[in-house]
Design a protein around this ligand. Structure first.
Ligand code: FES
Length: 215
């Protein structure tokens, strides 16, 4: 007859084996839990799409964000002091112009205007004295004649005539200078980027040969 102690030992061994095999099967069967995080949508700032579209349109040369580049040839004796007086009087006008001071508007050859357009200007202003005020007697008249040729060349080249402008502004007419600048910027914003300015990306280039009177 087997003793009681031996049977209890056998039972204990059996239960141990069973528990071991059970543990093994549960370990193989149970699938490993892997944490899968749901993909988060990228955070976008409100209005980012809008700003992108505005930037694109500004680059294309249209829309409210487009800032036209203007070259303004201003006579030393009238228009340049008018621009100066506007600044001193803290009159607000668009800062789109690079002002180039010349001794007389009669000096502005059509080639200067075309060269400015070629270098990336969206518009060119030639501004001189009233006919009776010109320091060089016939300089203002000559400026008007030269500008007629300029306007004709611009027309032949297929550029919008509003891109070039001739104005007579005396030193005492600072508010008029401000108005001319405002109107010119509004016109150019409507027209958009100059067709000639396509090649000249970025900043407007004013070569040294035009003098160091650039602002
Ligand atoms: S001096 Fe001003 S246009 Fe001649």
């Amino acid at each position: 007859m087997p003793s009681k102690g031996k049977t209890s030992d056998k039972k204990a061994a059996k239960s141990k084996k069973a528990s071991k095999s059970g543990a093994k099967t549960s370990a193989t069967k149970a699938p490993k839990k892997t944490a899968v995080k749901p993909a988060r949508p990228k955070a976008t700032k409100p209005g980012a799409a809008k700003a992108g579209a505005a930037g694109k349109s500004a680059k294309a040369g249209k829309g409210r964000d487009f800032e036209p580049r203007i070259v303004a040839f201003a006579c030393n004796w009238c228009s340049y002091p008018a621009a100066d007086a506007a600044g001193i009087s803290k009159m607000q006008y668009p800062p789109n112009a690079r002002v180039i001071r010349v001794m007389c508007a009669g000096r502005i050859h059509p080639a200067f205007v075309l060269r400015a357009l070629e270098l990336g200007a969206d518009g060119v202003l030639v501004s001189g004295c009233h006919f009776a005020d010109c320091h060089y007697l016939f300089g203002a008249k000559r400026a008007a004649e030269q500008f007629e040729k300029t306007a004709e060349l611009v027309r032949i080249l297929g550029i919008e005539s509003e891109r070039v402008r001739f104005e007579q502004i005396s030193a005492a007419e600072a508010p008029r200078f401000v108005k001319v600048m405002h109107d010119f910027v509004v016109d150019l914003k409507r027209l958009g980027r100059s067709p000639l300015a396509g090649a000249a990306e970025g900043e407007l280039v004013v070569p040294d040969a035009m003098g160091d009177e650039t602002t």
